[in-house]
Design a protein. Structure first.
Length: 276
């Protein structure tokens, strides 16, 4: 027993060291160089700046007529819209698939699993969006992100749904609840742990998406933060201090989100597997 605790303790330390090397050190490196002057930052050394240059962040904000401000606005709208749709549709579909045992549920479940493996076809999707007058629109992009991330979201909700006892639903029906009232008043409030997981995972996924906005939401006025980072890589190729400042600004929102929800992520991921 004592040996087992020692092994767990050693494993925790090794895990923390690996996380420190992979995540913390690169972040400190970027932060330090983002506060340096151009010549000093271009040396790419791991040391504190001789003189802190907060003006680097101001210059990044002002670049290309405050393009990064527009990009943050577009990214936040895209993330919020996509995550809300994913929570609504994913929880409903997961609930139905988990509770029904007929052929229809089996077919839908097969389609969901297929959606995890089959990539989206770009040209046919653009053609459909054009016919629906949704190409180059934020609404169309929200639908695209929702469709691409829906299978995994359904899988998470379905796994967690198996941990909710059927007796709760039976008691609700006895009390006269309709199916919608049962779902909205009893089932959905119990899904908070997995909903927190969906919020974090899918917010990060959508926020960091580069390829889909590039294809389905072109135009400078529709730029997202990842597209501006790509543009800045060319614009600030010889100014690593400004490039690192841009990366830091883009990293902060998702870092804050993870700090607030990190305790619920694992709980939402494993609850269905443990209890189901």
């Amino acid at each position: 027993m004592k040996r087992r605790k020692t092994l767990i303790w050693v494993g925790d330390i090794i895990g923390l060291l690996i996380a420190f090397v992979i995540f913390i050190i690169p972040f400190i490196f970027m932060l330090a160089n983002s506060l340096k002057e151009r010549k000093e930052a271009n040396l790419l050394r791991m040391n504190l700046p001789e003189k802190v240059q907060w003006e680097n962040f101001v210059e990044v904000f002002r670049a290309n007529d405050y393009q990064i401000v527009t990009a943050f606005k577009n990214s936040f709208i895209l993330v919020i819209g996509s995550v809300i749709l994913l929570i609504i549709t994913g929880s409903m579909c997961g609930y139905i698939i988990q509770r029904r045992n007929d052929k229809v549920a089996g077919i839908v479940n097969t389609l969901v699993m297929t959606g995890l493996m089959v990539p989206a076809a770009i040209l046919p999707t653009i053609w459909v969006l054009q016919r629906l007058h949704l190409y180059k629109t934020m609404t169309g992009m929200i639908f695209i992100e929702t469709a691409l991330n829906l299978p995994f979201t359904i899988m998470l909700y379905r796994g967690f749904m198996s941990s909710i006892p059927l007796e709760l639903e039976e008691a609700g029906y006895i009390d006269g609840c309709s199916r919608w009232k049962l779902y909205s008043k009893i089932i959905f409030p119990l899904l908070k742990p997995v909903t927190s997981t969906v919020i974090v995972i899918k917010a990060v996924t959508v926020f960091n998406d580069f390829t889909n906005p590039l294809y389905f939401l072109p135009g400078a006025e529709n730029a997202t933060v990842q597209l501006t980072l790509y543009n800045f890589m060319g614009q600030f190729e010889s100014s690593y201090n400004l490039l690192f400042a841009d990366v830091i600004l883009i990293t902060i929102p998702m870092l804050i989100l993870f700090i607030f929800f990190n305790k619920r992520i694992v709980e939402g991921m494993v609850a269905g597997a443990v209890k189901g």
